[in-house]
Design a protein around this ligand. Structure first.
Ligand code: ZN
Ligand code: ZN
Length: 244
């Protein structure tokens, strides 16, 4: 056996692949266990790009947003909800690979013909990022960058003020909570560009809207959004995201 094969085998024993959603150990090369695969709620085409829902779930009344369109592969429910929680709070940065692959697929399918110049992410306060060890949205941006062949700039937006986590607040409070907390430190980095803004979960969309507003204010031409999952309205009470 070659040295490389040995090393791969050793690594797979020490760090076996685990289900992205429930954490169960899996055979090599797999990312989801059978049970979780069945509990994933995908957003089926055709989709409404104003809210990200399947057209059949869309309420058709959308507040005006600073971003043009939003797409996501999943609803924030069942196995995906657990997977995102694991990704954010259980030190599973490698989950970004699976989630970004699904996000890239939904961007390609739902936003064909849009030529993105830049991928940016929803920022975290530096102290919070240090505590967690990574910003999950930045990991998604980097993976998306490789998959879509578009450069990523994870410092295009920054967060300068600490705020309570969005899930601790009610809908109307969420907008106020993020108002003015994001900045574009270097406007020339986004000026005239078509930007793909990514984050893990869209609940009310207040965070994405505020980030898009700042990007547009700094001179970005258009802003589109991609998330892992969106929260369906009827489930909001029990489907709050665990953090901003
Ligand atoms: Zn599983
Ligand atoms: Zn809609």
């Amino acid at each position: 056996m070659k040295r490389k094969e040995w090393l791969d085998r050793l690594l797979s024993i020490l760090y076996p692949p685990r289900c992205v959603c429930c954490g169960e150990v899996l055979p090599a090369g797999e990312t989801l266990c059978e049970a979780c695969e069945k509990r994933i709620v995908r957003i089926e085409a055709p989709v409404c790009l104003l809210c990200g829902y399947s057209l059949q779930d869309c309420g058709r009344k959308h507040p005006k947003t600073a971003y043009q369109e939003i797409t996501a592969p999943f609803y924030y429910e069942e196995a995906i909800r657990e997977g995102i929680h694991r990704f954010k709070f259980r030190d599973r940065p490698q989950s970004a690979i699976f989630f970004a692959r699904e996000m890239a697929k939904s961007v390609r399918e739902n936003m064909p013909g849009i030529s993105f110049d830049l991928i940016v992410c929803v920022p975290m306060l530096p102290a919070k990022e240090k505590e967690r060890g990574y910003n999950q949205s930045a990991l998604l941006a980097r993976e998306l960058s490789a998959l879509l062949g578009v450069p990523a700039d994870c410092h295009a937006l920054c967060k300068s003020i600490d705020t309570p986590a969005q899930h601790e607040l009610k809908g109307a409070e969420r907008k106020g909570n993020v108002f003015g907390v994001f900045e574009v430190p270097c406007p020339e980095a986004v000026e005239g560009k078509t930007v793909l803004l990514c984050d893990d979960v869209k609940t009310t969309g207040a965070t994405l809207d505020e980030c898009a507003k700042m990007l547009k204010f700094a001179g970005a031409k258009d802003v589109y959004c991609a998330c892992i999952a969106v929260t369906r309205k009827q489930d909001k009470a029990k489907q709050e995201p665990p953090s901003l």
